[in-house]
Write a protein that binds this ligand. Sequence first.
Ligand code: EUG
Length: 602
Amino acid sequence: MGSISEVPLLSEKHSGIPQNLLEKAKNAKALIYETRTKETNTRQRLPIIPQGIEKDIFIRALEKLAEQLGKDNVEVNDKPLVDGWYMEHPNTHDMMPILDDEELVASAVVYPSSTEEVQKIVLWANEYSVPIFPISMGRNLGYGGAAPRVRGSVVIDLGKRMSKILDINPDDYTCLVEPGVSFYALHEAIQAKGFAHMWIDIPDLGGGSVIGNTLDRGVGYTPYGDHWACHSGLEVVLPTGEVIRTGMGALPGNNTWQTFPYGFGPYSDGLFSQSNFGIVTKMGMTLMPNPGGHESFMYAFEKEEDLEPLMEIIRPLRIGNILENVAQVRHAIQTIAVKGLPRTKYFSGDGPIPEHVFREQLKKMPIGDHTWLYYGMSYGPPHIRQYKLEIIDKEFKKIPGARKIDPEILPEDEYFWSRDRIAAGVPDLVELLWVNWVPNGAHVAFSPVSPIRGVDAMKLFNLGKRRHDEFGIDFLPAFCVGLREMHLIVEIVYDKNDPAKRKAANDCLREMIDDAAKEGYGEYRTHLVLMDQVADTYNWNDNALMKFNEKLKDALDPNGIMAPGKSGIWPKRYRGRGWEMGKESGAKSEGDGVALTESTKF
Ligand code: EUG
């Protein structure tokens, strides 16, 4: 990590930030270090040797791998664990740990430069029965970052040396990328080529990997916000070392890999999303046509209960494409937290910040008092927008007290303008300012899905609120509204240096997951330590889905080397040994050993 006033640029590093965001990055970094009291972990229980292999054999195995990849591309994790910050993050551990730092931690990190080298690593892992954990860029923030699920796994950092944009096709509106291509990098490349007719879709922060985010089924905020639905074509290294191309990619000489996602026969792409069945080394992505104009709008709603009628109004408009983008409906505490200042600036007591306190703050802001803000975008030339915006206005104002906020009154640094850029495919670096809400701020998400319905929104809101109150945590909900469903994203922001706060976050999440499942709700994505519990809620028909996943795992990965435990899918050699984490497992991520494989029997 560089000095506190320096931030790496995209021109210097695949994970760097674009020049135009430099000031924002420096500011975000400074705010984080201002409240940091956590010291770098120097306990030196490192390196961690993964269970199932002797230390000296493991060290020799790494030397063998270094002979193949080059010494510089195999790094033993025996140095202090540096957290950095989210734009200069570690690839050895979760920089936002819920457990002890040294639970979800890599034994080593390796850097392949090609698909062939990824194959070599996979074959090596099979030879020595070493758990491997691929990351694209490791920015799975709120869900485990770069950390492996199994302690001592060898992390394969794909992004560092595989960060090429292999194609941008201005006729088909598609691209083909490697794992180290961030949304920032893709946006810059399209701009540099002068392709003003094409937009990309981006998440709240643009520093993440396009492949990583898409495989995890992340969301963005244009009409192309469902990233997984917008990809076309994968190249995958299987756990036994073979390489496949999915869809049209299987047909030699094709020119349709990025335009027709399905190809012929079973649609295999789903097997490689949120899974541990392969390592994606290339992915095609569709790009959006520039709509020829766009206009952000924002409505404020007064009361908590307004959420119910609002969702009933949104649903038909969204399905009917009058509301065109993945919008966010955000709670008022977030309006304040995203300013980036600590909560103590507003409230010095323990427990959740009282309503009258944040209401007082809101009254002082240009947006004024509210409970919910709807952030949306209308696309197309003015007369097209006007048609849609008039319908939206009429419908939203059916809710008493609903106000359209005039963007003219909002200062340049108002968060609204960040949402405006993001919904127009221009990456930004603002969203995570709310990690500064508490010292050593880290975050972890609770992310259930539901239809776009008032009753569901209220049930999930109340369920979350009740548990947050119980555990004394500020409640920061936001709804991301897709085409027929919405993701509720609740960010728990906690002091990662305080074991009691980490435990409260973990306990609160585990209660909410169970509460939600009892009501029929499931998470679309979750943190590494919660994956077993979430997977276990998808248990219809005597766990038939997990049995199917395990059958696939055993067939595709007989030695159980690839990302064991990811999405709750454990290879055979780990099963029945207490590796699953749940309410009872406390702060321990490891089970009791692994079974022998053919290669470890000697
Ligand atoms: C957001 C965050 C997520 C996610 C989807 C959207 C946006 C937050 C941390 O996870 O999965 C405002």
